[in-house]
Design a protein around this ligand. Structure first.
Ligand code: AMP
Length: 403
């Protein structure tokens, strides 16, 4: 039976952090948000804000995720802090962000013991992310036992990829026995901007072809065919694809073997490719604000890093435009896509071969808002659409429970 759902709490838990946002689903308005950092480490930090109120508490005692969610719910029901809710039972549902749903989950799932056991089995695919999220779910279930809990997976949107997109050219047995294949990530963001782009273009979702570019510290580019993922740049893990802040993106895998034959351990190579690579390795900073300022000041390393970055974006966009046949729009989102006009300008110049042109003035003026940044004569319009992964999780949670 469909349930009455008004307030949805969205929870994004990691091994030592828990972020939350409360939405009123009638208006889709965000009522409050906050985060707890350093869970179980000591000297925890709690930040919370609601309309007309914000606070930072530090240090506080937060030994585990149960204590973290209790702290969050305490603030949500405290009249002195904006008083969004009267009691914990006013939270009608909880939507949990899960990084990896493997091949098992192509849609959100209402959580019960069986689903939790299934998700636990997927932890080897996302050892840094899924276990923390599971601790968050267990904590929330203790504090909010009456509310339905739903898991929304970052990988789910990409489960529509055909075999020619997701299979690696490796022995089949590795896929079947160990789950070695492309999964893709940032799916909640790609889905959000896909739905919004279709609405802005005035096209039915199932007839909308896009290249969606989520460009931030972590970045991925997705080919969307008929509203569904056709291919995406990240792989079995979020290391593959375009150049990122501290991640290498695509590198000849033999570089790893070469390093390991030259004294690097597997852990060294993992840390090197994930944390000491990308734009940071090329010019010393992973933040595009610093990189673009350094480019402007004539720093050669920063200029090469920016050129290498947009080169990698252009390679994926070009390939995906070829695969799609017809592309209705290229969509830019994420911290860089929404805010960095310099990176957008360099990116659009790198794909000029596709007939894409830049509206210099519109591009410069756009920061964190919806806009068209391509010229009127552009062969493919380029739209900036701010993402809202938390709202998408709230919507998907609502949809699962009210269908
Ligand atoms: P995200 O991971 O989506 O939060 O994106 C983070 C990245 O977005 C940062 O590292 C910056 O490089 C970039 N960014 C955020 N705000 C701005 C801004 N105002 N101007 C340029 N780049 C920005």
């Amino acid at each position: 039976m469909a349930e009455v759902i008004r307030n949805v709490l969205v929870v994004n838990a990691g091994s030592s952090s828990l972020k939350f946002m409360l939405f009123d689903m009638a208006s889709e308005r965000m009522l409050a948000k906050g985060q707890v950092e350093r869970i179980g480490i000591g000297n925890a930090l709690f930040t919370f804000s609601t309309e007309g109120f914000s606070e930072k508490q530090s240090p506080c005692e937060v030994p585990d995720h149960t204590a973290a969610i209790r702290l969050a719910c305490g603030a949500l029901t405290d009249p002195a802090k904006g008083g969004c809710l009267k009691s914990f039972s006013d939270i009608d549902a909880v939507g949990h962000r899960l990084v990896h749903g493997g091949e098992r989950y192509s849609a959100p799932v209402r959580l019960d013991e069986a689903a939790l056991r299934e998700i636990e089995k997927l932890s080897p695919l996302a050892p840094l992310h899924n276990p923390g999220a599971l601790q968050g779910i267990r904590g929330c279930e203790q504090v909010l036992p009456g509310a339905p809990h739903v898991a929304v997976f970052d990988t789910a949107f990409h489960q529509t990829m055909p075999e020619e997109s997701y299979l690696y050219a490796l022995p089949k047995e590795l896929h079947e026995r160990l789950g070695v294949r492309k999964y893709g990530f940032h799916g909640t963001s790609h889905r959000f901007v896909t739905e919004r782009a279709a609405a802005l273009l005035g096209k039915p979702l199932d007839q909308t072809n896009l290249v969606t570019c989520h460009l931030g510290n972590g970045s991925s580019i997705t080919a969307v065919k008929g509203g569904k993922c056709f291919d995406t740049s990240m792989g079995m893990t979020p290391l593959a694809g375009v150049v990122m802040g501290t991640r290498s993106g695509d590198v000849d895998p033999a570089v790893a073997f070469y390093l390991m034959k030259n004294g690097y351990s597997a852990e060294d190579v993992d840390a090197l490719f994930n944390k000491q690579a990308g734009v940071k390795a090329l010019c010393g900073s992973s933040d595009m604000r610093d990189v673009c300022a350094a480019c402007e000041a004539g720093d050669r390393d920063a200029q090469v890093a920016l050129a290498r970055l947009v080169h990698s974006y252009a390679m994926y966009v070009g390939g995906y435009v070829a695969l799609l046949g017809r592309t209705d729009a290229i969509v830019l989102t994420g911290g860089i896509g929404e805010n960095s006009w310099e990176t957008r300008a360099a990116f659009l110049k790198a794909i000029a071969g596709l007939g894409v042109t830049l509206d210099e003035a519109a591009n410069r003026a756009t920061r964190g808002v919806e806009a068209t940044v391509s010229g009127k004569d552009s062969a493919i319009p380029v739209l900036v659409i701010p993402t809202n992964e938390e709202l998408m999780i709230a919507r998907e949670t609502f949809a699962v429970l009210t269908k």
